[in-house]
Design a protein around this ligand. Structure first.
Ligand code: FNR
Length: 347
């Protein structure tokens, strides 16, 4: 069994290699293939824009959230504290990173609990893998007094790690049991390789409230895991999966489950694009991590405020007073995305 100490080292590696990836940027991801048609007389008054949304039946002050990243080591606890301070200052919901280390070793509880301590009235999500029992899921939720539970699907990451999981067939059953008993809405998320429409429809049938498509275009966990091991084949499975934009186009074909977007969201314009493609909200992980680690918590707060301000401006000129209205905007989708749509028969 992997020890909590080994998990702690892995968490620190993830922080380091993810920030390195974001130093190189993600120019040219599929969000660049999505353009709004400009209608010069469509604008509304800026004061009429309201950014609040409903996700999983609950009110979020913004359609932007900080996605699950870390916990389980001293360094991870410090990063969680800074992310939570930024979330509290700006009203963003925030998710914990995987709580496996806490479920193995209670002494690590504070590295996660800091999210609730710093964001006492905010929307906080616990985060677990799909191997755990409903009782363990409940412990994770209770530790954070969480409003929702994220379950991450990371088969690509696990299969690359020599010490990773090799058993995946029980995941759907586990998700169903957790969703039926944990007592808060369950959000199932990918970690950067995307959810297909078939997977999203299955999640709906398993009782999951929200699918976070977690698509390609930003942090690439195949590259991170390859970098962690000297001598590993550096390109194995890098670039695998569907982009966030392609996932959202697929998700629009699935009824009966709410969808949020993450993976490669780089700017307020990407948030607007994700909302226009049908997401209820957009999540950011690596980009916000790199800002908080490189430049500190005040820089992250300033960036989030700028994004919310720019999103309000974009919505003003598009004539959309609520984030949900963005889904009615005229969009042009080109590049690789239109080829993908042809192959997957998406109109
Ligand atoms: C992650 N991500 C992640 N997801 C999850 O559900 N549980 C986890 O423990 C982690 N750990 C983690 C660590 C680090 C350092 C990063 C950068 C990310 C994945 C994250 O939530 C998200 O799905 C992907 O990173 C894609 O989004 P970005 O980074 O492109 O915005």
């Amino acid at each position: 069994m992997t020890s909590a100490h080994t998990i702690g080292n892995r968490k620190d590696d993830h922080l380091r290699y993810a920030v390195d990836q974001h130093h190189h940027g993600f120019d040219g991801n599929d969000f660049d293939s999505v353009r709004f048609v400009h209608h010069a007389l469509a604008g509304i008054d800026r004061a009429d824009v309201d950014l609040t949304v409903k996700v999983a039946g609950m009110r979020w002050a913004t359609p932007l959230y900080i996605n699950g990243m870390t916990g389980g080591s001293r360094r991870a606890g410090t990063v969680n504290r800074e992310l939570a301070i930024a979330a509290a200052e700006t009203g963003l919901p925030i998710a914990s990173g995987s709580m496996s280390a806490f479920l193995r070793d209670r002494s690590l509880a504070d590295t996660y609990r800091v999210l609730r301590r710093e964001h006492p009235h905010g929307f906080v999500m616990a985060n677990v893998n799909a191997n755990i029992t409903p009782e363990e899921a409940r412990r994770a939720v209770d530790l954070l007094e969480a409003d929702a539970l994220q379950i991450h699907l990371n088969a690509i990451q696990e299969i690359i790690m020599p010490e990773g999981d090799r058993h995946f067939s029980h995941w759907p059953r586990r998700i169903e049991h957790i969703a039926a008993s944990v007592g808060v809405p369950v959000i199932v998320k990918e970690v950067g390789f995307g959810l297909s429409r078939e997977t999203i429809a299955l999640l709906r049938d398993l009782g999951v409230a929200v699918a976070d498509v977690g698509g390609r275009g930003g942090t690439d966990f195949a590259a991170i895991e390859n970098s962690r091991r000297p001598g590993a084949e550096l390109s194995f499975l890098e670039g695998w999966g569907q982009s966030t934009v392609c996932c959202l186009l697929e998700a629009a074909q699935v009824r009966g489950i709410e969808v949020v977007a993450s993976g490669g969201v780089r700017s307020a314009l990407d948030v607007a694009r994700a909302l226009a493609l049908g997401a209820s909200a957009a999540g950011v992980a690596g980009k916000f991590l790199s800002i908080v680690i490189d430049d500190g918590v005040d820089a992250l707060i300033a960036t989030i405020r700028k994004w919310l301000d720019q999103l309000t401006s974009i919505m003003t000129v598009l004539g959309t007073s609520t984030p949900a209205d963005l889904a009615r905007c005229d969009l042009l989708v080109g590049g690789n995305v239109s080829a993908y749509c042809g192959l997957r028969e998406i109109e």
